[in-house]
Design a protein around this ligand. Sequence first.
Ligand SMILES: NC(=O)c1ccc[n+]([C@@H]2O[C@H](COP(=O)([O-])OP(=O)(O)OC[C@H]3O[C@@H](n4cnc5c(N)ncnc54)[C@H](OP(=O)(O)O)[C@@H]3O)[C@@H](O)[C@H]2O)c1
Length: 326
Amino acid sequence: MLKLGVVGTSWIARSFIDATSLTEKFTFSAVYSRHLDTAAKFSADFENVQQFDQFDQFLATDLDAIYIASPNALHFEQAKAAILVGHNVITEKPAFSNPSELTEILQLADEKNILFFEAARNIHEQSFTLIKDFLADKTITGADFTYSKYSSKMPALLRGELPNKFNPKFSGGLLADLGVYLLYAAIFWFGKPQDAHYDAVVLPSGVDVSGVGSLDYTDFKVAIKCAGNFNSYLPSEIYTTDGTLILDGVNAISTAKFIAVDGSKIKIELTAPKHSLYDEAVKFAEILTNKDFEAARKLQSFAKDVANTSYKMRQSAGIIFDADKK
Ligand SMILES: NC(=O)c1ccc[n+]([C@@H]2O[C@H](COP(=O)([O-])OP(=O)(O)OC[C@H]3O[C@@H](n4cnc5c(N)ncnc54)[C@H](OP(=O)(O)O)[C@@H]3O)[C@@H](O)[C@H]2O)c1
């Protein structure tokens, strides 16, 4: 069993632990919180979980991997400290604030023989590979990807508070939060775009609450829409010379239908994952167990392309994080 240390105690950390438990490859062994009572409440459903409110003591624990689910801007220092003491690291998406941080962490991980992962759950779903296979013999002519979800943090924002999600100090904003799934989907299926732009609705804090972007490929464009201040029920589509593939989403896919140019329809059979984070947890367990650096590097290459594209888009919209000024 892989001993898992967890940083952060919000619902996503619990969700990751539940997914890793389902794989029967990980055991939740330690948690770091700023407050011991939060750590105790968080681990109440589990046995033998060491609880820490001091990060260096948490890092001194015998662990096989550390999963970081803190606000975005904290991932870098926490991942760096974990790698320096020899832990493998999984950071929640977006892994870091900008590509420079990612480059530094990847170099350090290489030097120290450490496995590093960005937890971008969508591309690990089996459905993503099925769609990739389905598109293999087709010529792409465009795509339209949407992920807009009314954030649970909107009421606080509207009350005049500044939740981490909307704070440039924590590298927030919707492109970083939801847009990252759209970039992962596009890059997983079509490769890295030549160029990218983003036209954002920017909050007084300086980060985006919504935006419309474009990924420019040699022969086609991918439209990107993300928002945290409304729900969108639009599907996502991929256009090809043979017809249109309609997906209910690209953050997660549960239905896929292809309508050929002659109007004939093909339903692509998809199997829902056991848990939204299950497929990524299985993949991470496999790579950690086999110390498969080649597989980890393949995933890191997606992470690099996503980070560079997202940064380009952010720059085009004039969105600057505090971390960019360091
Ligand atoms: N994969 C997914 O589906 C998914 C879904 C949601 C979020 N995420 C990612 O998960 C990460 C966490 O997101 P979240 O919405 O859970 O963030 P969050 O609620 O703002 O913070 C997560 C945890 O970090 C600690 N924390 C909060 N504010 C802090 C501060 N000012 N300084 C130090 N620690 C602080 C808290 O733990 P303690 O109080 O215990 O210290 C908190 O439980 C983000 O990178 C996000 O993008 C991924």
